[in-house]
Ligand binder design. Structure first.
Ligand SMILES: C[S@@+](CC[C@H](N)C(=O)[O-])C[C@H]1O[C@@H](n2cnc3c(N)ncnc32)[C@H](O)[C@@H]1O
Length: 290
């Protein structure tokens, strides 16, 4: 190897690059500290907007008794940390592609695994009573999303619940700048065979893969400070999301770096003066055998 690389310095550079090269999977936002903060903030926004409930499935009694739970695309583990302190008898496993995001210190009833879901799930069939997957619309192609749901159904124990939640990528009562971004994001996803409207298909997906007792709810996420602190916080979160997508958006919308910066700042002003909101869909289904 040393001979091939020519000299020691380039050999070490090669090794460093190889070790540090992050695997983002298909996630179109490159995760950095700002994006980790955004993911954590989003957890609290969703919790508040969903009446302080971290899940929609009818499993609180089972969680209190003690069951096995999987969180898919766990990010920095915010949902798991919250859930594991509410339900100490249950065991929570989080899987996440980014090793640097995984918490190294965590409660005893939690574990985290560095897994790229697209390369397969390292669990036996019938392993979990409850599987939770949230906000993964920017991570999988339409086909991959379906394939993952199919695999998650296999991992469910009989009578277990699978819960999927996704936000809508366009807003209600959009202003002109928000509309431009909404079209931009939709076009990026479509160009990558990702489905910008996956939130509308979650119930059908669960049904197609044989789950029963399917239930769905729509929650409104306000984007403007005109709707109070939670609106201001969610507005800021979507602004930071646009920053994470900046390069992709500039490319898709044919804008220079300065133009995209200025449009993202205009978006921030637009949401201050216009009551917009996003729909957030939560769906669960149960694996009933026989
Ligand atoms: C928008 S974040 C959502 C985090 C978490 N589900 C939540 O709602 O708080 C998407 C997460 O999925 C992770 N991810 C993307 N592709 C993945 C893959 N192929 N395998 C495992 N995790 C993945 C990303 O690194 C990121 O942490």
């Amino acid at each position: 190897m040393l001979i091939i690389m020519g000299n020691k310095l380039s050999y070490f550079k090669f090794l460093k690059k190889k070790r540090n090269k992050p695997n983002y999977g298909n996630y179109i936002i490159k995760v950095n500290d700002l994006q980790i903060d955004r993911i954590q903030q989003m957890h609290h926004i969703l919790k508040v907007c969903c009446n302080n409930k971290n899940f929609f499935s009818p499993i609180s009694n089972d969680l209190s008794r003690g069951i096995k739970v999987l969180d898919v695309g766990a990010g920095p583990g915010t949902w798991i940390f919250d859930m594991s302190s509410d339900y100490r008898k249950s065991e929570f496993t989080g899987i996440e592609i980014q090793s640097f995001m995984l918490p190294t210190i965590h409660p005893l009833n939690t574990s985290f695994k560095n897994v790229d879901i697209l390369k397969g799930l390292p669990f036996s069939p019938n392993s979990f009573d409850f599987i939770h997957m949230r906000c993964m619309v920017l991570c999988f192609t339409e086909q991959q999303y379906e394939q993952i749901v199919r695999e998650l159904v296999d991992l469910l124990k009989p009578n277990g619940y699978l819960e999927l939640s996704e936000p809508e990528l366009c807003s209600r009562n959009m202003g002109p700048i928000c509309e431009r971004f909404s079209i931009g994001v939709r076009d990026i996803l479509s160009s990558k065979s990702m489905d910008p409207f996956v939130n509308e298909k979650l119930g059908t997906l669960l049904n197609d893969f044989g789950l029963q007792e399917i239930n769905q709810e729509e929650v409104e996420l306000p984007l403007s400070e005109l709707d109070g602190n939670i609106g201001a916080l969610y507005g800021e979160t979507t602004f930071n999301g646009l920053i994470g997508l900046k390069d992709e958006l500039a490319n898709q919308m044919n804008l220079t770096s300065n133009e995209i910066d200025s449009l993202i700042n205009d978006y921030r002003e637009e949401i201050k003066s216009r009551r917009m909101y996003n729909k957030y869909t939560r769906v669960y289904g149960r694996k009933i055998i026989g």
